[in-house]
Design a protein around this ligand. Structure first.
Ligand SMILES: CC(C)(COP(=O)(O)OP(=O)(O)OC[C@H]1O[C@@H](n2cnc3c(N)ncnc32)[C@H](O)[C@@H]1OP(=O)(O)O)[C@@H](O)C(=O)NCCC(=O)NCCS
Length: 200
């Protein structure tokens, strides 16, 4: 019988500020089919690869945009909306293992109807089910709380059970089922969750 050696232990998960030093790993994940965006994954991955090829420093800078200086955002129906302030963090064990982002309107927990939540995350298929998204959200919440919002809202598709578990494991409660604005498609339902934040 084959003797099974101990499973190689990965380094503990960290959230890192995206940097040029780590860009090769990010590019490799994009080329392997991962995308930070689960609404238009292939398009976003292609656009990011083009941006990186043209201007790697500019790409990294664009991931920390607290003044919403970036270009407007295209919704799935082709309409454009103003970008909100936001920033991204990368999940890192021995290498790149996901991204988590936060966007908000300063001074209020309200979001425009087209913005599907304050926080979004995506873990590559080959790094899933290790608790990374759950831990990453738990690590991001104290940072997000510094903006002084009383809570953050997150949305998921009704059948996205892993994402719902990520939210409820971090203190999120289901608020309601709602219909996404028409820019995402006709009568598409989603679930809205809310996580209370401690005072800043
Ligand atoms: C959602 C996503 C980020 C979860 O990442 P992850 O690192 O694998 O999540 P975790 O390992 O922290 O697991 C979260 C929970 O989902 C559960 N889970 C994993 N796969 C599951 C499945 N297919 N069905 C049901 N539950 C599942 C895990 O068991 C865990 O639950 P537990 O805490 O009760 O054990 C990842 O699946 C992903 O990137 N999906 C595509 C993008 C996406 O949907 N983003 C969220 C948009 S709202």
């Amino acid at each position: 019988m084959l003797q099974q050696g101990p499973r190689r232990k990965e380094s503990p998960l960290q959230l890192i500020v995206p940097a040029l030093d780590h860009l090769d790993e990010y590019i490799a994940a994009l080329k392997r089919g991962w995308s930070s965006d689960n609404i238009a994954p292939e398009e976003t991955a292609r656009e990011e690869l083009e941006f990186i090829e043209e201007d790697p420093t500019g790409f990294i800078a664009s991931l920390e945009d607290r003044e919403a200086k970036g270009d407007p955002i295209a919704l799935p129906d082709g309409t454009f909306v103003a970008r909100l302030p936001g920033y991204r963090r990368w999940m890192w064990d021995d290498g790149f293992c996901g991204s988590i982002s936060f966007r908000w309107q300063p001074g209020t927990a309200e979001l425009p109807a087209h913005c599907l939540g304050h926080i979004g995350y995506a873990v590559p298929s080959w790094k899933r089910n290790r608790g990374y998204a759950t831990k990453a959200l738990g690590m991001l919440l104290p940072e997000v709380a510094k903006e002084g919002l009383p809570h953050v809202d997150l949305t998921t598709d009704p059948d996205n059970l892993p994402s719902q578990r990520v939210i409820t494991a971090n203190g999120g409660r289901l608020v309601k089922r709602f219909t996404k604005v028409a820019a995402y498609g006709d009568n598409l339902e989603a679930l809205l969750f809310r996580i209370p934040l401690p005072p800043a």
